[in-house]
Design a protein around this ligand. Sequence first.
Ligand code: CA2
Length: 146
Amino acid sequence: MARDVLVLNGPNLNLLGTREPGVYGAATLADVEASCRQKADALGLSLDFRQTNHEGVLIDWIHEAGRRGAGVVINPGAYTHTSIALHDAIKGTGVPLIEVHLSNVHARETFRHHSYVSPVASGVIVGLGPQGYLLALDAIAAILSK
Ligand code: CA2
């Protein structure tokens, strides 16, 4: 399999670092991208880092990952808790996909405890802030090397 990775970010994550620093930290999405790029270079991965506020766009990107055989790191934002369409898109792509959340969703409101993505993900990382993205890249690199 190619060593391509798509890092996909869902709705409102473009606001990182500008509001709710107590929940999501002070790093901006550009900061997260910069550390992902550094990590991807070290792992020999080719990285596409993207954000959208639109559910259908996320789904198109999952289809693209399937066609390219690319690994996926995804923070689906609130679509995690609502999107059967995202679940269906991921199911059967056959690509490794790690779900990441900056916050510990299990320590927050009950509506954040359920994920439609987790049952179709290779793994899930929650509550570790931006470091979760880097750990997810480690996991994708290991899976793509098998
Ligand atoms: O903890 C996470 O990474 C989340 O995916 C973030 C989502 C939330 O709906 C999920 O339950 C957990 C929200 C992303 C919104 O990010 C913001 C960042 C700064 C200011 C406002 C929103």
